[in-house]
Design a protein around this ligand. Structure first.
Ligand SMILES: [Zn+2]
Length: 327
């Protein structure tokens, strides 16, 4: 928590603010996907495993970016033990018809996540931060409207985009309030659809930043923004929105990110989930971690969600790198 806030720490923690459900840990704990997405005890058990079994300083739920979309009425495919749930069907409505259902917080798997947060607080809450990730406003709007349709609307119907992102923000705000009441320590909106690979930096300023600012305003706990890809062109705007920390991928250089955001936000990342953590050796992981630590990362973490088949030995190497490093 101190590392995220920029307070003094005895060493940089090894954590993850993105997806951490691993097949090896599912097998060890018996809490397997897809059941662990819908059963709060399983969700909590699998979320605590990277800490309890490997020493990663995190307990993070859930393992997908579909919880709010599901509660809003989108069709979800629940995946398999090594495949995340995904949004399969969007809402067939115009932006004006979009509404957050009155019983939003009791729909779909929202009660599951809230219950899992409470269990984790009881079980490991005194030792590591309990973290909740969720679809940020632009990504949730994409799930509701259809990603291709929303991207076309950016040029043809900007007002419709604003309306859809505002409704998604309203859902986010209700969810944030409920997560905080459940006792969450850190909030992590993930907005992959707002990546510069998809949305230009000027469109980010118009269609994303003002809505992210609303989330920061509602948040009483540290809030970390994750956006995928090379976010270098929008890092300043991300930090200006007021986030405690920014979670970045390996495509962003740590030193450059630190220079851009200054003391506005801390920087979390950026070990490559596919190129290093999934397919590399523990030695390669250690090397990448030491580079990130030397470059001044505030919390060592995967740059994005972990692939479920990521070897636990590679996560262990990340933990050991943080423990052995002193600045
Ligand atoms: Zn990502």
């Amino acid at each position: 928590m101190n590392a995220l806030r920029g307070a003094p720490v005895n060493r940089v923690p090894a954590t993850s603010v993105t997806q951490v459900g691993l097949v090896e840990l599912m097998e060890k704990t018996g809490a397997k996907w897809p059941e662990a997405h819908s059963n709060p005890e399983f969700m909590a058990k699998l979320a605590a495993a990277p800490y309890c079994e490997v020493g990663l300083e995190t307990a993070r739920v859930p393992f997908c970016l579909t919880v709010q979309a599901s509660a809003m009425g989108c069709e979800i495919v629940m995946g398999a033990m090594d495949r995340q749930p995904s949004v399969a069907g969007h809402l067939d409505v115009s932006p004006d018809q979009l509404r957050v259902p009155e019983d939003f917080l009791s729909r779909g798997r929202i009660p599951v996540v809230l219950e899992a947060v409470k269990i984790l607080k009881r079980e490991v809450g005194g030792e590591v931060p309990v973290i909740a990730g969720f679809e940020g406003p632009f990504t949730l709007a994409g799930h509701l409207m259809g990603i291709e349709r929303l991207c076309k609307m950016v040029l043809r119907d900007p007002q419709g985009v604003e309306r859809a992102v505002q409704v998604a923000t309203e859902a986010n705000l209700l969810y944030i309030k409920a997560l905080q009441e459940a006792g969450v320590d850190v909030l992590v909106p993930c907005d992959p659809l707002a990546s510069p690979a998809i949305l230009s930096p000027s469109m980010f300023k118009k269609f994303v930043k003002p809505y992210l600012e609303q989330l920061v305003k509602e948040s009483k706990v540290p809030i970390v923004l994750h956006i995928c890809g090379n976010t270098t062109p929008i890092l300043k705007d991300m930090a200006e929105a007021g986030f405690t920390a920014l979670s970045i991928e390996e495509k962003v250089e740590i030193a450059k990110a630190k220079e851009i955001v200054g003391d506005m936000s801390r920087v979390v990342g950026n070990i490559a989930p596919a190129g290093v953590l999934l397919t590399g050796t523990p030695d390669q992981v250690r090397e990448e971690c030491l580079k990130a630590l030397k470059d001044g990362v505030d919390a060592l973490a995967p740059g994005c969600g972990l692939a479920p088949r990521t070897p636990v030995a590679n996560i262990k190497a990340m933990v050991e790198a943080a423990q052995s490093f002193s600045r």
